[in-house]
Design a protein. Structure first.
Length: 484
């Protein structure tokens, strides 16, 4: 056809099954003009539009036209549109991520929170700091696995870190402003020894991790086992610890909660699918007399390998134990995926809290997450308090922080200190509380209020609270009221 300047346009005509061939240099102008005529687009040839291709079976011609030609086509009532650029995608056909929407993360991020300034320690198979969305985010890296470097040769740890804090545009993490501390304690085969994990958790707390994510688990589990004690110690030192409940639910042997998810002070997380229902593999509680898990979060399922039903996040560039999704990601399912969602929410809450004392931070975060969870109407030992909701938790923590900024009248703790200074100074507190514990409900309410004030003022510790619980002075409900 005759040459014409201008941009490339798509022109719409009648369907002509005879003009099913695509134009090429081997086709004559007469053949092209005949095809255009049958499609009702002969005017293109008359106007000198540079016809580049014809698709008779869909009634479309492609050509280059200038403003003059377009004005004439408008007069003839020919429909056309400028061609668009199609870019080559590194990961074609990527399914959308459903997890953040399910737990209100987008709303929480719109409140200006991203976990900025918060350090999340990932105790796992390592973290690939060059993976999509994790570039420049790994601020500490150490391996506790004999004969293995700190790199992730499995993929699990990188996937977990990405869920918590990836800044990747395609599959953004819950807290994209947070940084990652890589504490490798599980080997390339996904196996870790308890004593090595315990050392990594301890060192993470010492190194100043604000949040420690433990997407790991083993049996047997008890609330006072080795790892549970290590976790409670880390929480008492000021770190929020989030642990996976385990993948031993009804369809996987029903072994119950894994350790370290059995730790009383950990936030233990079960898994839900994309429809917000607790998955069959998610471990159920209780563990001893503790309600576990406390909450559930997106863990997904792999239905016939369908990535859209699982949790998609980054993978190392040279490995990955789950089905690959494009060049950067993989699709995994499990309570391992649920836990870092909550770790990311915890990072957002810590950012919102600001300078609250180190001892109060983990308890305030746990209380905010538990108290704002959405009841799914499922069994209590499957869902705990329900589905974590980042937006509601942020609102709760901000209300709490604002309330603490208001000057309060003299509390019961001040009254007690004035009346019984020696009892507090020389360890008589336990006997004083023991006597009050057996009194009326009114006295009991006062007792709980008193202990809460003592704890919040820093005069008794987390370990003291659990000692009171273990001695029968406090019930589980009392403990929850004190920590909320």
């Amino acid at each position: 056809m005759s040459g014409s300047g201008g941009d490339v346009y798509v022109f719409y005509g009648d369907i002509d099954l005879q003009a099913s061939v695509m134009l090429s240099t081997s086709l004559s102008d007469r053949a092209a003009a005949s095809a255009l005529d049958r499609m009702g687009l002969r005017v293109l040839a008359d106007l000198g539009v540079d016809v580049m291709d014809v698709y008779g079976t869909i009634g479309v011609a492609v050509g280059r036209a200038g403003e003059r030609e377009l004005r004439e086509l408008d007069r003839y009532g020919i429909r056309y549109e400028r061609d668009i650029v199609i870019r080559a995608l590194s990961s074609p056909g990527l399914p959308p991520q459903w997890t953040l929407k399910l737990i209100g993360v987008n709303e929480a991020q719109e409140m200006g929170l991203s976990g900025r300034g918060v350090k999340i320690a990932v105790v796992d198979t390592g973290v690939d700091g060059s993976a999509c969305g994790l570039e420049g985010k790994v601020v500490y890296s150490k391996s506790y696995v004999p004969l293995e470097d700190a790199e992730d040769h499995n993929g699990h740890g990188t996937h977990v870190a990405s869920i918590a804090a990836s800044s990747d545009d395609r599959y953004k993490g819950v807290a994209p402003g947070a940084s990652i501390m890589n504490f490798k304690a599980v080997n390339s085969r996904g196996i870790g020894f308890r004593f090595i994990i315990a050392r990594a958790v301890t060192e993470a707390a010492k190194a100043g991790a604000d949040v420690i994510n433990l997407s790991i688990g083993g049996h047997p589990a008890r609330k006072d086992d080795f790892l549970s004690r290590v976790v409670d110690s880390a929480v008492a030192s000021g770190s929020v610890v989030v642990a996976a409940a385990g993948n031993e639910g009804p369809c996987n042997g029903n072994k119950g909660i894994s350790t370290p998810g059995s730790a009383p002070l950990a936030i233990t997380v079960g898994a839900v699918d994309r429809n917000g229902r607790v998955t069959c593999y998610s471990s159920r509680g209780p563990i001893d007399d503790l309600l576990k898990p406390e909450v559930v979060a997106p863990g997904g399922v792999l239905n016939d390998g369908k990535a859209e039903d699982a949790v998609i996040a980054s993978r190392p560039r040279d490995s990955g134990h789950c089905p690959a999704v494009g060049e950067c990601y993989m699709a995994c399912a499990g309570t391992s995926m649920a836990a870092p969602h909550v770790a990311g929410v915890a990072a957002m809450l810590l950012e919102a809290m600001g300078k609250e004392t180190a001892q109060m931070r983990p308890i305030s975060v746990k209380a905010a997450i538990v108290n704002s969870a959405r009841d799914l109407g499922e069994d209590r030992y499957a869902q705990g308090y329900g589905l974590v909701r980042a937006d509601n938790a942020v609102k709760g923590i901000r209300s709490s922080v604002n309330a603490q900024q208001i000057q309060q009248p003299e509390s019961l703790v001040d009254s007690l200190i004035k009346a019984f200074p020696a009892a507090i100074m020389f360890g008589g507190l336990m006997s004083v509380l023991s006597g009050a514990a057996s009194r009326s409900n009114t006295s009991r309410d006062s007792l709980v209020t008193l202990i809460r004030d003592l704890f919040r003022s820093g005069r008794i510790t987390l370990n003291d609270l659990y000692s009171l619980r273990n001695k029968g002075i406090l019930t589980e409900e009392d403990l929850r009221r004190i920590l909320s």
